[in-house]
Design a protein around this ligand. Structure first.
Ligand code: FES
Ligand SMILES: [Fe+2]
Length: 348
């Protein structure tokens, strides 16, 4: 029985930060329920491919070496080019045409190294991730990065954004964000909210603009007290667990120290909230027919938008409407408050 009624979605997903794979280096990765290898050729282009050498199965991310614009297997020295084609067998005058490795389109933008994942290797990128003008002007300080692993499907994490009512109960905030607009157009979901912040000078209206580019990347702009840009990614590790990476940039407030203090406080608050959400996500059931209040956020619009990223369809014919988590003895005592007190997955 599957944990969720949906498979791994397709889209652009962050698999590392650009500087985690230096020129000439390889790195083993695991996302989309697959072992992968990332490598950067001598012209500084990043490549991501399936990890296993088609000769006898060595993992190219563990001991593989970059030779010019090719990757060499550590086991018997076979070489592959950036399309995964075998271009050299050092102890033969021939190559093996059947020895082909699946490669994934990559994109390095906004401080993230992204991969296009689709279950069908023939389906290439269906949309773009725009470069953010804020990151070019030098007015923004950052990034401050956080990273977490969550035992829940990426869709469950995404749904948190349209759930205004939980802020009061999970995050103990005095005010909850009010969603004023939720519009989807193809792969892009555009959500606007207003969040009131109590300050010594009275209540300040903060604005939150969130643009989701498919299931993997969203750009969130906070304004009001301080302008903050959040470039966030959610990457499926498999169909039951996800990795999130948040990169925060703050508009300079004049002096570096004030900007840094304000930015750190903002990031700490978002991270506190994330750690509070985690045990809810990990222990919740997925309900295909939730019993909603008339004043709940646009859950069904969110789910309808997300549905388009499932190439393999969802669990048709599965009669269940409730998909519970597995029995996790080691997690039986977890509550949101306890998880906050002992953050299990540290940020960076
Ligand atoms: S397993 Fe890769 S060259 Fe033999
Ligand atoms: Fe939350």
């Amino acid at each position: 029985m599957s944990r969720y009624p949906f498979p791994i979605p397709f889209g652009w997903f962050q698999v590392c930060e650009p500087d985690e794979v230096a020129t000439g280096a390889t790195k083993a990765l695991f996302y989309f329920d697959r072992h992968l290898v990332a490598w950067r050729d001598e012209e500084a282009h990043l490549h991501v491919m399936d990890a296993f050498c088609p000769h006898l199965g060595a993992h190219l991310g563990h001991g593989g070496t970059v030779e010019g614009c090719e990757i060499q297997c550590p086991f018997h020295g076979w070489r592959f080019d950036d399309e995964g084609t075998n271009v050299d067998i050092p102890y033969s005058t021939r190559t093996n045409k059947r020895a082909k490795i699946r490669t994934y389109p990559t994109l390095e933008v906004n401080g993230k190294a992204l991969v296009w994942f689709h279950p069908d290797p023939e389906v290439g990128p269906q949309w773009d991730i725009p470069a953010l003008p804020e990151l070019e002007g030098g007015e923004f300080h950052g990034p401050i990065r956080t990273r977490h692993t969550v035992m829940a499907h990426a869709q469950e994490l995404g749904e948190n954004a349209v759930d205004s009512a939980h802020f009061r109960y999970v995050h103990n905030t005095a005010e909850v964000p009010e969603i004023t607009d939720y519009v989807t157009e193809g792969p892009v979901a555009d959500m606007r909210s207003i969040q009131r912040f109590p300050t010594p000078r009275g209540v300040v209206d903060g604005k939150i603009e969130s643009l989701g580019y498919g299931p993997g990347v969203s750009i969130v702009r906070f304004s009001g007290i301080v302008d903050t840009l959040l470039v966030s990614s959610t990457t499926p590790i498999d169909a039951e667990s996800s990795e999130t990476r948040f990169d925060f940039y703050t508009r300079s407030l004049g002096d570096a120290e004030t900007t840094s203090n304000v930015a750190q406080a903002f990031v700490a608050e978002v991270d506190r909230q994330f750690l509070e959400d985690m045990p809810v996500w990990e222990h919740k059931a997925h309900l295909t027919r939730p019993a909603l209040a008339d004043t709940d956020g646009p859950f069904m619009a969110f789910r309808k938008w997300y549905q388009q990223f499932y190439a393999e369809g969802t669990a048709e014919g599965d009669e269940r409407t409730l998909f519970p988590p597995p029995y996790w003895p080691e997690k039986m005592d977890e509550t949101p408050a306890k998880a906050t007190a002992s953050a299990r997955h540290g940020g960076s």
